[in-house]
Design a protein around this ligand. Structure first.
Ligand SMILES: O=C(O)c1ccccc1NCC(=O)[C@H](O)[C@H](O)COP(=O)(O)O
Length: 387
């Protein structure tokens, strides 16, 4: 059997996981035992049905146990990096679970502890289903006919140089868990065109449907409508498969959330992004996440989210706090562009984060709520930035 496996994000047998993962005991265990891998392999050799015989029923049960155990251990690894968001466990341990009792107890009675965890768990299920409909090999083919990727960072830098204010990533956002519906008469292509007319450097398009009423159709429609601003696929990425899917739908950039993804996942996904022509906007919210990301090579864009995605609390001084002292110095040395994200409403807010060191901002609510989003951008900056 091919050594491809599904241990968290590692879905691609042609571009295997980093060697530090592949040599870990968990990975080797998974390699031997992963049920999803067997399924994936069997479904690839299209004519071979998955046959359940009495001899492999117990093997399948054993593999399910291993899968479940791996999930618990992965959370433990993530927790050592300060990541509080756990990945979705199966609702209960597999039947006849015979593994270590402490794993069984740890995983009992699980439900998401906050909204971000809920979104991530929901995304895990959604992606598993989507992968069945659009397997990776078909996405790889689709990439050949995807529209060419455009220079996301270049557009932000050019805008900053041209206007003297942070380059705007304007968010096409109908609704959010914290604010509910932001715009009733929501026409994504019209909003996108209005943003472009108002001087946005790039656009962020929410693609999550359950919590933000977004969609990949919106992303595709905006791209196909001839909008020139590079597009960020604003999705909750939990699996490398989503990177291929986003690129196939016309994305130029994707969001990687440090509070959700362990370092090795970030590194692996950065490699895939580079390979398929996506810019990664790596998002942090606190000092620990910033320090983790500054220790990783190859990151050119870091977003500081002023919104705590676990509590919804918004505080724009978060941007300033994370850019002070040695961290700010390191960011300058590494030539990283920092994006100030969330809770920006006024020219004074923009001046505040610019003073703190950001060269780009990501804004949704304050501009999408305006009757005319072009005018919304003018009001946000206190001037016309389109010329
Ligand atoms: O916006 C939310 O309620 C939210 C909840 C849970 C996870 C993510 C969430 N938002 C993503 C974002 O960070 C914002 O959409 C983006 O930064 C723009 O923020 P804003 O200008 O405040 O709309």
């Amino acid at each position: 059997m091919n050594s491809a496996l599904r241990l968290g994000v590692y879905c691609d047998p042609i571009n295997p996981a980093p060697s530090s993962y592949t040599s870990s005991p968990i990975f080797m265990d998974a390699r031997k035992n992963n049920l999803a891998c067997i399924r994936a392999q069997q479904s690839k050799t299209k004519d071979v049905p998955i046959i359940t015989t009495s001899s492999n029923v117990s093997l399948i049960e054993e593999l399910k146990s291993k899968d479940w155990e791996i999930g618990v251990l992965k959370d433990e690894i993530a927790a050592t990096q300060g990541i509080r968001i756990r990945r979705r466990p199966p609702t209960a341990p597999p039947l006849h679970y015979v593994g270590p009792l402490e794993l069984l107890l740890q995983n009992e009675g699980n439900s998401p502890r906050n909204i971000l965890e809920e979104i991530v768990w929901n995304k895990d299920v959604e992606v598993t289903q989507m992968k069945e409909r659009y397997p990776l090999f078909s996405l790889k083919e689709a990439l050949n006919s995807a529209p060419p990727s455009r220079d996301f960072v270049g557009a932000l830098k050019a805008s900053y140089l041209r206007t003297g204010v942070p380059g705007l990533i304007a968010e096409v956002k109908k609704a959010s868990p914290s604010r509910g519906v932001l715009r009733e008469d929501f026409h994504p292509v019209e909003v996108a065109k209005a943003y472009e007319k108002g001087g946005a450097a790039c656009l962020s398009v929410l693609t999550d449907s359950k919590y933000f009423q977004g969609s990949f159709e919106n992303l595709e429609a905006i791209r196909n409508a001839g909008v020139k601003c590079p597009l960020l696929c604003k999705e909750f990425i939990v699996d490398a498969w989503q990177l291929y899917y986003g690129r196939a739908k016309g994305a130029d950039a994707v969001l990687l959330i440090a509070g959700v993804l362990p370092d090795l996942d970030i590194k692996y996904m950065l490699k895939i992004c580079k390979m398929i022509g996506l810019t990664a906007l790596v998002e942090v919210h606190d000092e620990n996440e910033m320090d983790r990301m500054l220790a990783i090579d190859g990151i050119e864009l870091i977003g500081i989210n002023n919104r705590n995605l676990e509590t919804f609390e918004v505080d724009i001084s978060n941007t300033k706090k994370l850019l002070e002292g040695e961290r700010g110095e390191k960011i300058r040395q590494k030539d990283i562009i920092v994006v100030g994200e969330s809770g920006l409403f006024t020219p004074a807010d923009i001046a505040y984060v610019q003073e703190a060191g950001v060269k780009a901002i990501l804004v949704g609510e304050s501009i999408v709520k305006q009757k005319d989003p072009t005018q919304g951008i003018r009001e946000l900056f206190g001037k016309d930035i389109s010329a």
